[in-house]
Design a binder for this molecule. Structure first.
Ligand SMILES: [Zn+2]
Length: 67
């Protein structure tokens, strides 16, 4: 029995797509509000608003974030 040769797989870089929903940060009122706005925009079929919210959630700074 030989060890099967494994090839190192390149790191998977997820492309930034408009369909990717960044999760809102818990404990962040702004993110929670954006998340609700995003859901409402999606219901209305307002794709540009949805991606606006995604960008805002994705780039929202969280200085006081505890992790
Ligand atoms: Zn936030």
């Amino acid at each position: 029995m030989t060890h099967p040769t494994t090839y190192p797989s390149p790191p998977v870089e997820l492309p930034l797509t408009l369909d990717a929903d960044p999760p809102p940060v818990a404990d962040c009122d702004v993110c929670a509000a954006l998340d609700r706005e995003r859901s409402a925009a999606r219901v209305k079929g307002d794709g540009s608003k949805v991606s606006d919210c995604n960008v805002e959630i994705g780039s929202h700074p969280h200085k006081g974030r505890r992790s």
